[in-house]
Design a protein around this ligand. Structure first.
Ligand SMILES: [Zn+2]
Ligand SMILES: [Zn+2]
Length: 381
């Protein structure tokens, strides 16, 4: 093939990659018809009961009804619970006060017994949205799930956050390609000193001055590129929470995978253009490459190494399971055949599900992790 055609072909591939450098094969930016997956010119109809399913026509809605019914009723049932609990809280007077609890006690819901049923109901609602989001993979449904997770973190700030809420708040932004948000949150939670009065004062101020569903954690642009071993003391100490470490590892593997993919595309481009029209190439490359000094790929690779070692030292099952999920499902099935019940805690299970979902979002993440795991010799353990 003549050089020119090669260049065009490479350029077409590049601009495709440029359009979707972090293409997630699952996430749907816009809703589509739950039955036929079409996106008609005219508006899709949204299920008015649950707002998690869309249809191109009445026929498609009817065709999906049996499949959809249970999930749909689940969402509306949990909404009802939340509203009932909220109504009863509004009726409750504390020490004769007439205060609006939803404004005055933000952050302290965990400490007040009367609020616990409300928190439980809200957690149930968040969980149904998370489940719906995993099913439909539509951006706005993921955003709803995140909204409820953030609302819960905001209401209930005393004590360590319950793991399903924390996992949702950490991993859903990753699925939504908001890696900086996830990193901001991880850094915040690892570094907050709950013994320090000023820290806690500032922490509760952040809560009381926010609105429901707000992102209240301090934001830093490009936080994902920072060296987290500099940012956080004792990052991989044995008592560090696993969701933080795993989310961070997936962010870092994603950066390395993206960098590798771009470098490969550049090599193809250079070899096929034979040095001609080099400034055209350079222009595209410049647009595609983020600032090298900002990325600092050496540091990113090193952080992957250290996180892999740290996580594997703390838990020798989790990374292997992520790399070979079939071995886990195979193990569970074989145990079930023998009539044994494999009880993985629901926290561990949901952590694995989130991680596996996040590994798909950037093609190449799995390879980066696998290579590092192998290099460290952990397959021989
Ligand atoms: Zn349809
Ligand atoms: Zn519905």
């Amino acid at each position: 093939m003549p050089a020119k055609e090669n260049l065009f072909a490479a350029s077409a591939r590049m601009s495709l990659a440029k359009k979707h450098p972090l293409k997630d094969p699952l996430l749907q930016e816009e809703p589509w018809c739950a039955t036929c997956h079409s996106r008609p010119e005219t508006r899709l109809l949204c299920c008015s009961r649950c707002h998690t399913a869309w249809y191109c026509s009445k026929d498609c809605q009817i065709a999906d009804y049996r499949e959809h019914k249970e999930d749909c009723l689940d969402v509306s049932k949990h909404w009802k619970f939340v509203e009932e609990e909220a109504a009863s809280l509004r009726m409750t007077r504390f020490a004769g006060n007439d205060e609006n609890l939803f404004e005055m006690r933000v952050g302290f819901f965990g400490e007040i017994e009367e609020m616990h049923d409300y928190i439980e109901a809200r957690l149930g609602l968040m969980t149904t949205y998370v489940e719906a989001a995993f099913r439909v993979e539509i951006k706005s449904v993921w955003e709803k799930a995140l909204h409820h997770a953030l609302a819960l973190l905001r209401l209930n700030a005393t004590g360590p956050p319950p793991s399903p809420i924390l996992s949702a708040a950490i991993f859903i932004p990753l699925i939504l390609q908001r890696d900086d948000d996830t990193c901001d949150m991880i850094r915040f939670f690892i570094n907050i000193d709950t013994e320090r009065e000023e820290d806690m004062h500032e922490y509760f101020r952040m809560h009381s001055e926010s609105k429901e569903g707000d992102w209240i954690y301090p934001r830093e642009k490009n936080c994902r590129f920072l060296n987290f071993f500099d940012e956080c003391a004792d990052l991989t100490s044995p008592d560090q929470q696993m969701p933080f470490l795993l989310a961070l590892l997936l962010v870092k593997c994603g950066i390395v995978a993206t960098y590798n993919a771009i470098s490969r595309s550049i090599k193809v481009f250079e070899s096929t253009s034979g040095g001609q029209r080099i400034h055209e190439v350079q222009m595209i490359v410049k647009e595609m490459l983020v600032d090298e000094s900002l990325v600092n790929i050496k540091s990113q690779r090193k952080q992957v190494d250290r996180l892999v070692c740290g996580i594997h030292r703390n838990n020798c099952v989790v990374l292997r399971t992520l790399l070979e999920p079939d071995s886990l499902t195979g193990y569970i099935l074989s145990q079930e055949e023998r009539g044994l019940d494999v009880s993985l805690s629901s926290g561990t299970m949901s952590l694995l599900v989130y991680c596996m979902r996040c590994m798909i979002r950037i093609p190449g993440t799995h390879d980066v992790l696998e290579e590092d795991f192998m290099k460290a010799g952990f397959y021989d353990d």
